[in-house]
Design a protein around this ligand. Structure first.
Ligand SMILES: Nc1ncnc2c1ncn2[C@@H]1O[C@H](COP(=O)(O)OP(=O)(O)OP(=O)(O)O)[C@@H](O)[C@H]1O
Length: 451
């Protein structure tokens, strides 16, 4: 460590305890308030609202550059920007930054600043939380937070892109909590028709609405004594949001069509791929419900921000093939290829790519095509109409996921075709929300007008 980088590197204090410097990325010519914190998660800088530091500068690309705090200190990386990232007169692709050194993107001058004393952070003792793997510092810090949170009864909100492992982590929280012997119940808010969500959650009495032929117990009650995982909570219709809020605050609910309040004893873990704070600002999500859910809020980083996890995940997914494989069974270029991929579908995509590579090692870069172009083996469909037999070699959970993904992408393509690419009509005919259709389009790399 050079003298100049003092105060800007991570220090290992003991095994499982690190000291993280207090850093901010600041716009030099503005006041101190125009800065964002830099911790174990990278800061991306660009003109897109998705960046942590958004610059209104015409010469700045949407995702222009990133700054990461890692074992090597603070690293500045250009993200293939149009006009480049500069240290003085020199355009850099990657550079180790020391505090107060000015770098320029477009017309904006920036620097990383040390703003106070470092924070001490606990890491999970192993690179595993339930079934979720992650050896990167950011994942081990997340696992440690979740392990602690699992012991309480507080509501947890997991934020992260599709395929980052939110459901796996929710299961991990349940398995580590005092409720581990109770049920773990999942409600996928995105896949239920918006007008049925309330009944799904709270149950209904007989005749409560057209089609309610029988009384039904809701998921909140099914999860009694255990954990209810509310996946895609961002899709919860506005009219159901106050009812969920009331239930969470009073710890009791009313089935649809009933006047009777019933207590419940489930712990709630919620998740979404949406930016819920933005949804609160837009008025599509109630702020009081957001704060009630986010008693403990944790962001699950996308795979592209934690490439250090790749090897562990690759080894796990290869070992789960039949017969089990290792990295040596794949072409030498595989790891480099995976490292340079951005994985929009995150760990789910990595798992699918590896299953495909295990079957066809010579596919190389073709294995990274969007899911919809992939079939496990096109030839298998001739005498095995569903191509199922290959799935028999996978563990049940993975086989089931593959099958659901293949079905969902074909279903979506067919429905979109029927409705000439109109998302609203496709959603109505599929009985799901428009947001759900957008989410599936993103997951399967489809565009409404191109099917
Ligand atoms: N850290 C991880 N370790 C091992 N497997 C993982 C990890 N993260 C995700 N996976 C695998 O990736 C797949 C997707 O994970 P999961 O369903 O938990 O993601 P998600 O964030 O809930 O996605 P979505 O929002 O689309 O529902 C699963 O097969 C899961 O086993």
């Amino acid at each position: 460590m050079t003298d100049r980088s003092k105060g800007s590197t991570i220090t290992v204090l003991r095994s499982n305890t690190i000291e993280v410097p207090a850093l901010r990325v600041a716009i030099v010519d503005e006041g101190p308030e125009v800065s964002v914190p830099l911790g174990l998660e990278p800061v991306t800088i660009g003109s897109s609202d998705e960046c942590q530091l958004v610059l209104r500068d015409r010469r700045v690309s949407r995702r222009h550059c990133s700054i990461t705090l890692g074992d090597d200190g603070v690293v500045l990386r250009d993200l293939a920007s149009k006009n480049g990232t500069f240290l003085g007169e020199i355009a850099v692709r990657e550079a180790v930054l020391v505090p107060e050194v000015i770098f320029t993107v477009g017309m904006t001058r920036l620097a990383v600043r040390v703003v106070g004393a470092p924070a001490v952070l606990e890491l999970h003792p192993t690179p595993q939380f339930g079934e979720a793997l992650g050896g990167s510092l950011v994942m081990r810090a997340l696992f440690a937070r979740l392990a602690e949170a699992a012991q309480s009864d507080e509501t947890i909100l997991l934020l992260g892109e599709s395929g980052t492992g939110k459901e796996l982590l929710a299961r991990g929280i349940h398995d580590m909590s005092p409720r581990r012997d109770g049920p773990f119940v999942v409600m996928d808010g995105g896949s239920i028709s918006p007008n049925l969500i309330e009944a799904e959650l709270f149950g209904n009495v007989r005749g409560a609405f057209t089609g309610a032929v029988d009384a039904r117990v809701g998921l909140l009650q099914h999860a009694d004594g255990g954990t209810l995982f509310l996946d895609e909570i961002g899709e919860l219709p506005l009219d159901v949001q106050p009812k969920l809020l009331r239930a969470l605050e009073a710890r009791q609910f009313r089935a649809v069509g009933s006047n009777k309040w019933q207590p419940f004893h489930a712990r709630i873990v919620a998740a979404t791929h949406r930016d819920l704070r933005a949804a609160v600002r837009d008025g599509t999500f109630r702020s009081d419900l957001y704060y009630r859910l986010a008693v403990i809020e944790a962001r699950v980083p996308p795979l592209r921000e934690r490439k250090d996890d790749l090897e562990l995940l690759v080894d796990r997914f290869l070992a789960s093939q039949t017969p089990p494989l290792t990295r040596h069974d794949l072409p030498k270029t595989t790891m480099a290829m995976l490292r340079s991929h951005s994985f929009p579908g995150n760990v789910r995509e990595l798992r699918n790519v590896l299953t495909r590579l295990a079957l066809f090692p010579r596919l190389g870069l073709d294995a990274l095509e969007p899911i919809r172009k992939r079939t496990l083996d096109p030839g298998a469909h001739d005498n095995d109409a569903e191509g199922w037999s290959q799935l028999f070699d996978l563990p049940l959970r993975e086989a089931r996921e593959h099958l659901v993904e293949r079905f969902e992408s074909s279903y979506l393509e067919a429905k979109l075709k029927d409705h000439a690419g109109n998302v609203g009509r496709t959603a109505q005919s599929a009985g799901v929300s428009r947001q759900m259709i957008y989410r599936l389009l993103e997951r399967y790399g489809l565009r409404p007008g191109e099917v």
